[in-house]
Design a protein around this ligand. Structure first.
Ligand code: RM4
Ligand code: MN
Ligand code: MN
Length: 431
């Protein structure tokens, strides 16, 4: 039997020893600065330690574009190896204890074994994701749609697949199911808009009815791709309408890449919070479309503004506010483990910065119609470098002060390259 390389806690602690003195110095300095703002740095450490974001199983493999996929060494070849990589991420950053699975990409051969393999690493399962945007061998084609296909037999097949995902999720201990469909049209006239949406609701009702009482159903909208003219669940308004039609267990999931450029996403988030229908997020970043770039890499201020809404809702104890945080990224040119770790760190950063906002000053500026000071209240928090807080929070939780340096020093990827000889693959697209 091959032994599988793991990054052990002693190695992390040893690496931390080297970085600890400067972190402590920066931390002490920041603590003093924050004190002048009447902020206790330990409160922010607590916020950083409480932050959780789930890792997508599909994110640990190298992604790809429509043109090519450049596979990296030691890529995970099955769900167990994906869990190994998720375990390594969790060990180093400590904020990612849950994994979101995609079926059939992660079709478990044996649910109990998969569950044990996760548990062994301190991992559990977050929302399930169905896939009716790709054909499966021997099955009816989704070329012209799935849950909204004109042919009832295709719709039935797509519904059955979603029900199967829920069954798998039950066996794995998941509590939510995310539905994203690629259904739509490439040409004007191709699809009857109203009829397609009616069919969507009909199909989703069956999925909703199969949902256990303590589960939630997440509806994910996206304005284009793979359909390039129209999509059935194109925006948050349509998603909200459907969630309301379906019932109290249905919510709207916001994937940051699924909006037209320059759309005010933080405002969409605020609206969904206000209406008690925010499911949570697929975090990523983008410049042009559904680029699936690393969180915080392109528009860190937007990310901060989104967290500003989330923290505001949290502090106000709003009803139905329990967002699920997940990453949904495609790593084409980086080591996916490194990208996922940094993304988790960037999300924690935005969360901590948002907690730093002087909300009394912000409210005061808003009431006094003082836009400059309102912006300044936000910018003051956004400009703060909270890195020492993030590093210290990780270290106290047993993680790495510098996750990337520790990961590289461990030679994890080289070990995995030896353990996992690559399968021949020339496929484009996300794996
Ligand atoms: C879609 C959407 C879904 C994800 C697939 C792979 O654009 O973001 O959430 O599961 O991509
Ligand atoms: Mn997504
Ligand atoms: Mn997407």
């Amino acid at each position: 039997m091959t032994t599988h390389f793991e990054i052990d806690d002693a190695f992390i602690a040893e690496q931390n020893q080297q970085a600890k003195p400067w972190v402590q110095e920066d931390y002490d300095h920041l603590a003093g600065q924050l004190q002048r703002r009447n902020v206790d740095i330990e409160d922010l450490i607590a916020k950083a330690r409480a932050f959780r974001v789930s890792v997508p199983s599909w994110g640990v493999g190298t992604g790809g574009t429509r043109f090519a996929r450049f596979a990296g060494p030691g890529e995970p070849r099955d769900i167990y190896e994906k869990l190994e990589d998720c375990g390594a991420i969790f060990k180093l950053v400590r904020s990612t204890p849950a994994v979101s699975l995609h079926i059939p990409w992660d079709q478990p051969d044996n649910a109990a074994t998969v569950r044990d393999s996760a548990r062994m690493r301190g991992l559990h399962f977050d929302a399930m994701n169905s896939n009716t945007f790709q054909d499966q061998p021997g099955k009816l084609s989704y070329k012209f749609g799935s849950l909204t296909h004109p042919d009832a037999a295709v719709r039935r097949q797509a519904i059955a697949h979603n029900l199967e995902c829920i069954e798998i999720g039950k066996a794995l201990g998941s509590k939510a199911h995310t539905v994203w469909i690629g259904d739509g049209g490439n040409f004007p006239g191709q699809q009857h808009f109203r009829r397609a949406l009616e069919r969507y609701l009909q199909s989703m009702r069956e999925i909703y009815d199969a949902l256990p009482d303590d589960w939630r159903l997440f509806i994910e909208h996206k304005f284009y791709e793979p359909a390039f003219y129209s999509t059935v669940i194109n925006d948050w308004g349509t998603s909200y309408y459907c969630a309301r039609e379906l019932g109290p267990k249905a919510f709207c999931l916001v994937d940051l890449g699924h909006h037209a450029p320059n759309v005010n996403i933080e405002m969409i988030v605020a609206r969904l919070i206000q209406f008690g229908k925010l499911a949570g997020f697929h975090f990523n970043d983008s410049k042009y479309g559904d680029d699936d770039l690393d969180s915080g890499s392109i528009k860190p201020f937007q990310l901060f503004l989104i967290f500003n809404e989330l923290v505001d809702a949290e502090l106000n104890h709003l009803a139905n506010f329990n967002p699920a945080y997940m990453l949904d990224q495609s790593h084409n040119v980086t080591d996916p483990i490194e990208s996922l770790m940094l993304s988790a760190v960037e999300l924690t950063r935005a969360c901590v910065q948002a907690h730093l906002v002087d909300r009394a000053a912000l409210a005061d500026a808003q009431e006094k119609c003082d836009p400059l000071m309102a912006l300044e209240a936000l910018k003051h928090a956004f400009r703060a470098d909270v890195s020492p807080i993030l590093a210290m929070a990780r270290e106290r939780a047993g993680g790495a002060i510098d996750p990337i340096a520790t990961y590289r020093a461990s030679c994890y990827r080289r070990h995995k390259a030896e353990e996992r000889p690559a399968k021949q693959s020339v496929a484009a697209g996300i794996v």
